[in-house]
Design a protein around this ligand. Structure first.
Ligand SMILES: Cc1cc2nc3c(=O)[nH]c(=O)nc-3n(C[C@H](O)[C@H](O)[C@H](O)COP(=O)(O)OP(=O)(O)OC[C@H]3O[C@@H](n4cnc5c(N)ncnc54)[C@H](O)[C@@H]3O)c2cc1C
Length: 263
């Protein structure tokens, strides 16, 4: 079974700061990590390889330093890594990102399962997995919290719902997006990690020319959306202190709550 796992290198914070002048992310001083959901995707790929054999590959699109995320994944036990990096990939919205990642997967031309995290903690859209499935014409199973069965060209999963789960069967190849409940990601193995770091040169690097794509299809040129303005919403807190004895205060409070239709 050939498994492709998509991993994103993200800033190690959920409190993204935006430069008010340029409207871009402030990345300085923030350590980068593998997106948390993607660690669960890596763990699943390694476990499935143990059970079914085959090959595990991670792909990441990002700046050259995203190679560290790939090395870490290989330190956990992934067989091969591919970094998609090119200055022309920069400024990509989710459409252009999915196009680029999807084109790389198509170039591999041999996959049974594609695993994505549900959501990246910086971009937070949860669009990449479903968009790639559409791009490749594959069935998509999102919010997967348990793999029930894989056999004879099919997969059965439980996907999380707000108040329970849904059991779905799909033919393979398919794309799944996974959530944290699925498993507990292992720590990188020291020997594998040292090997992966020593052999960084063996990690393939593909640019736009390798993918055979034009600048109109990728990065800013291939993006269907434009950020016109970014801002942090100002929160206005208006407080009111109720005065009087306890009974009066409770009555006033009840009145206010009724007025605002809160009770
Ligand atoms: C108009 C516009 C301009 C943008 N410009 C920039 C920019 O200049 N620089 C910039 O860094 N971002 C930019 N972004 C954000 C960028 O498009 C998103 O970060 C990217 O498309 C991934 O979306 P997401 O983070 O919401 O991922 P999600 O859809 O939440 O991620 C889900 C899963 O998809 C996979 N995945 C997501 N991204 C990658 C990746 N890069 N490599 C491998 N797997 C991945 C992972 O498995 C992840 O768990 C821009 C967005 C817009 C809308």
């Amino acid at each position: 079974m050939n498994i492709v796992t998509l991993i994103k290198q993200v800033p190690d914070t959920t409190e993204i700061k935006i430069d008010p002048k340029t409207g871009t992310l402030i990345r300085e001083g923030v350590e980068s990590i593998i997106n948390p959901d993607d660690r669960h995707a890596i763990e699943l790929a390694i476990t499935l390889k143990k059970d079914f054999g085959g090959k595990t590959i991670v792909i990441s699109m990002g700046p050259p330093q995203a190679i560290d995320a790939i090395s870490e994944a290989m330190g956990m036990g992934i067989d091969e890594g591919i970094l998609l990096t090119d200055k022309n990939f920069g400024g990509a919205d989710t459409w252009a990102t999915s196009f680029t990642l999807g084109t790389a997967i198509r170039k591999l031309n041999a996959y049974d399962l594609i695993i994505c995290g549900r959501q990246a903690i910086d971009g937070d859209t949860a669009q990449i997995g479903p968009q790639i499935a559409e791009f490749l014409g594959l069935p998509q199973l999102t919010y997967v919290r348990q793999i029930e069965e894989i056999s004879e060209g099919k997969i059965i999963v439980r996907r999380a719902l707000e108040d329970g789960y849904e059991k779905i069967e799909s033919p393979l190849p398919a794309l799944i997006t996974v959530i944290g409940e699925l498993n507990t990601p292992r720590y990188p193995n020291v020997d594998l990690l040292i090997n992966a770091c020593k052999e960084k040169a063996k990690i393939k690097t593909w640019d736009a020319a390798d993918l055979g794509v034009t600048v109109q299809e990728i990065g800013l040129g291939g993006s269907l959306t434009r950020v016109m303005k970014t801002f942090s919403p100002k929160t206005k807190r208006v407080g009111e202190i109720l005065k009087g004895d306890k009974e009066e205060i409770v009555n006033q409070l009840m009145e206010r709550l009724h007025e605002k239709h809160l009770i």
